[in-house]
Design a protein around this ligand. Structure first.
Ligand code: PBG
Length: 340
């Protein structure tokens, strides 16, 4: 186009080029954009992780997780009710266990009168419709902060699985709707499934943390539960951050052993894994938007460097776009409010 006809065409609003395809046509109005939007984030996708502690009338902010609290049971019930009223369908429950109750075998984890068991019953009594998902792992109950029984610095697999099965049955007895083993021991999904069935809990589901990586993104969560490993790291059971195919091996095993849903954790730095697992299986895929991902957004937003609300929606939408059906996120209430 010469300079002269450029000016002429501009005046007449004539096209300069004969373009067959103009994808911008479908972006022209907000109505059109809504019509062609491929991914929809809804309140039904959100699972709200909550922290419970002993005591009364306690609400303690987690230092590395601004706006996120540990609650005593009485206040947690209010929080859960609020979440349910906002449309949130499920919570994931994590307990802060006092040191005097911790032992290497995690015996407190299947105490019928333990903190988790009491919390499940109380929530079921007050907010019966909400789905309660419980964490099945030894770390909050172990003085070593590891997800398994420790002997000579090693994490024992099968002995740990036996405890996990007891823990899961105890949580089901208290009223848990789904149990979520986050420990990464081998074979635990099958053993837990069998234990639940034998105890009459065929209706209680299992969300398997199938591809759980040995990630630095769990730091703030370990602050919240004072559950950081006291020695070493979790690399002999959690996955190597560099691996991708191995995630499919784990997912394959967990599905064969009876998982109802599979989880990928963390989420944001692992969206390729979410996509890969989505393409591999048709059962629901869950992504865990973990504590470190939460903390990064909160910290940058506090500094005024990013727009928190927009970043949160963009981040969670990208997890759905990558293929997750459900997202565990500490932003659940905030997002539910935004989506209203
Ligand atoms: C422990 C557990 C962890 C998280 C959930 N369950 C931490 C860990 O494996 O050390 C992390 C969650 C988060 O960072 O938000 N079984």
């Amino acid at each position: 186009v010469c300079c002269q006809c450029f000016d002429e065409k501009l005046l007449l609003k004539m096209p300069l080029y004969n373009l067959t395809n103009r994808p911008r046509r479908l972006r022209r109005t907000s109505a059109l954009r809504a019509m062609v939007q491929e991914t929809q984030l809804t309140v039904n996708d959100l699972i709200y992780p909550v922290f419970v502690m002993e005591g009364e009338n306690l609400k303690q902010e987690i230092v590395s997780m601004p706006d996120c609290y540990r609650y005593s049971l009485d206040l947690l019930i209010k929080e859960v009710k609020e979440a349910y009223d906002l449309g949130i369908k499920a919570i994931a429950l994590f307990p802060l266990i006092t040191d005097d109750k911790k032992d290497n075998e995690g015996t407190e984890s299947y105490n019928p009168d333990g903190l988790v068991q009491r919390t499940i019953k109380a929530i079921k009594a007050e907010v019966p419709e909400i789905t309660i998902i419980t964490d099945v792992a030894l770390d909050p109950y172990s003085p070593f902060g590891h997800d398994g029984i420790v002997v000579d610095g090693e994490i024992l697999n099968d002995e740990t699985v036996a405890v996990l099965a007891k823990m899961a049955v105890s949580q089901a007895q208290a009223g848990a709707d789904m149990v979520a083993p986050s420990d990464m021991m081998d074979g635990r999904i099958g053993v837990i499934r069998q234990a639940l069935d034998e105890a009459g809990f065929t209706h209680v589901g299992i969300i398997a943390y199938s591809a759980k990586y040995a990630s630095a993104y769990y730091g703030p969560f370990r602050d919240a539960l004072e559950s950081a490993p006291k020695f070493g790291d979790k690399k002999t059971y959690q996955m190597d951050i560099a691996n991708s195919r191995e995630a499919i091996t784990e997912v394959e095993l967990d599905i064969a052993e009876g998982a109802d849903m599979v989880m990928i954790k963390p989420a944001l730095a692992y969206l390729d894994i979410v996509r890969k697992v989505r393409d591999y299986t048709d059962i629901p895929v869950v992504a865990y938007n973990v504590s470190g991902e939460y903390a990064m957004i909160k910290a940058a937003a506090e500094k005024g460097w990013i727009d928190e609300k927009k970043i949160v929606l963009e981040t969670l939408t990208s997890m759905k776009r990558a293929g997750s059906d459900l997202i565990l996120t500490y932003f659940a209430k905030e997002v539910a409010l935004m989506l209203k």
